[in-house]
Design a protein around this ligand. Structure first.
Ligand code: AMP
Ligand code: ZN
Length: 486
């Protein structure tokens, strides 16, 4: 199969289709989107009760690599990433701070978009928020009630797992091991079966609430992703992603809700990234090893090296984060920068261009094949360093005419996926002072609009200042905010 690459001027690479490891069925499968050439992708986003940590960012970078890989192979991608902005932890923390949940979550929403921009994670098409989609969730719960998959108990509504014959097909969970007599949370006393999960929680004093056919209350967590994925991507879409902790119960419950309500598959491919640990331990506040991006940047570490490290380990392997590995990432990037510096300053000679052209083609083929093999970023980076080694050899023995452009074009194409190879782009995007890329400006303008919508004017002003330092002027028009470079 000949897949067209986006980069103009270079021949397309002949290669195999993209293979991905589907957690549903636990096997490698060729990607065949429902609509040829167009992939619909849903990725579970952050719970905005704090700044996201580097574990979350590992998962978001894996999803960015997936998105960029699909685009690299010529697919159009429509992606939605939700923001969980109502949930037990948020309600508890907002209550303690004595503010409404919108004011509480606004700075965390803003910092989330800032972190994405800093790590050059591409903005996606839709960032739906749970609090803005309660009507869609109510509609889905009504369908589940009508079809007998849900029942009311007190002021709440629960999903009836016993009614769903293929419950467990994603995780392979043995439901008999989930003991029927297990402890039932105090707000879930009315359940028929301890394994059932909540779709709608009846209102409690002092908590945010929405009107519903079952009285005031708020949605459970799982229903938000079922309702929002359907709204933005359709009843059946292509790929659904998250970290491994999402697999059970969150994704299992999403499947139960969506497929019982619609009688059709929710997503055809389920991809899960392994967790990030720090110094061999699970991240936790009590161990003091729970880092966010700001903590690392404050230590003087480079965002580019952080992206490199988070992207360099295959997504289905645990990634153990250490400061030594970040230093290694720095050194690896320096090898690339040194070669590119030499390349930029080396005079070209009248020698045969064929060997260098072959090395570049071999690199492009190996790089693309590694990504098509379940996003093997480790092998893709291996191909980069083999190429760096070869190019250094060509420079040592005389760079042929056209060699510089050939090498740069190959690296530029690879960097459409990796987004770490070009030191200049990082210098421009905030590693040093300078201007922001268009995508980063879009993400910051979006973050500012989010902050303003939640009336967090301090965060909105901070982002405006950041934009203006980078020479970007934002104009607020009735249809939304526009920006221009001053
Ligand atoms: P949360 O904000 O907890 O809903 O998580 C947002 C995303 O980050 C989800 O896809 C989680 O699966 C993922 N995630 C949470 N903790 C980690 C971790 N330590 N390593 C990698 N991904 C994580
Ligand atoms: Zn989700």
């Amino acid at each position: 199969m000949l897949l067209s690459l986006l980069h103009a001027g270079l021949p397309p690479v002949a290669m195999k289709p993209v293979k991905l490891f589907n957690s549903l069925g636990r096997r490698l499968q060729e990607l065949e989107p429902l609509e040829p050439g167009h992939v619909r992708l849903y990725t579970c986003g952050p719970t905005v009760y704090d700044r996201v940590h580097i574990g979350n960012l590992r998962t978001f970078i894996f999803e960015d690599i997936l998105r960029r890989t699909l685009r690299f192979f010529g697919y159009r991608v429509t992606q939605a990433m939700n923001l969980t902005d109502v949930e037990d932890k948020i309600i508890a923390a907002a209550g303690e701070a004595n503010v409404d949940i919108g004011s509480f979550t606004a700075p965390h929403v803003a910092s989330f978009f800032e972190d994405l921009a800093t790590l050059r994670i591409e903005p996606v098409e839709h960032y739906p928020r749970a609090t803005e989609h309660v009507a869609e969730m109510i509609t889905m719960i009504e369908r589940l009630l009508e079809a007998g998959y849900a029942y009311r108990a007190d002021d709440s509504v629960f999903f009836r797992i016993a009614a769903d014959e293929d419950y467990g097909k994603l995780s392979g969970i043995d439901l008999d091991q989930v003991r029927r007599g297990q402890r039932v949370q105090s707000d879930e006393y009315g359940k028929e079966d301890a394994r059932d999960f909540v779709l709608w929680k009846g209102a409690k004093e002092g908590e945010p609430e929405w009107p519903s056919p079952w009285g005031p209350g708020r949605p459970g967590w799982h229903i938000e992703c079922s309702a929002m994925s359907q709204k933005y991507l359709g009843t059946t879409f292509d790929i659904h992603c998250g970290g491994v902790d999402n697999l059970f119960p969150h994704h299992e419950n999403e499947i139960a809700q969506s497929e019982s309500a619609n009688d059709s598959p929710q997503a055809r491919y389920w991809l899960h990234s392994e967790h990030l640990t720090v110094d061999g331990e699970k991240m936790s506040k009590s161990l003091g090893n729970c880092y966010n991006l700001g903590d690392l940047l404050d230590l003087g570490l480079s965002a580019r090296s952080i992206r490199y490290l988070l992207a360099s380990v295959h997504y289905r392997q645990q990634l153990d984060f250490t400061f030594d590995k970040l230093a290694e990432a720095d050194r690896a990037l320096k090898r690339i920068d040194d070669m590119r510096f030499r390349l930029a300053h080396e005079a070209e000679q009248e020698s045969d261009p064929a060997p260098l052209d072959r090395a570049a083609s071999d690199f492009e083929n190996a790089f693309a094949a590694a990504l098509a093999d379940d996003l093997n970023t480790a092998a893709a980076l291996g191909a980069v360093f083999t190429f760096v080694h070869h190019v250094n050899g060509f420079i040592d023995h005389g760079l042929p005419a056209g060699g510089r452009a050939r090498v740069e074009a190959s690296l530029e194409r690879a960097d459409q996926v990796l987004a770490v190879l070009d030191a200049g782009a990082w210098a421009e995007s905030g590693e040093a002072e300078g201007s922001l890329s268009d995508a980063e400006i879009d993400a910051l303008v979006e973050a500012r609009s989010e902050a303003r919508a939640s009336r967090d004017f301090a965060a909105a002003d901070r982002i405006r200042d950041q934009l203006s330092e980078a020479g970007v002027v934002v104009e607020d028009a009735p249809g939304g905010s526009r920006w221009k470079r001053s």
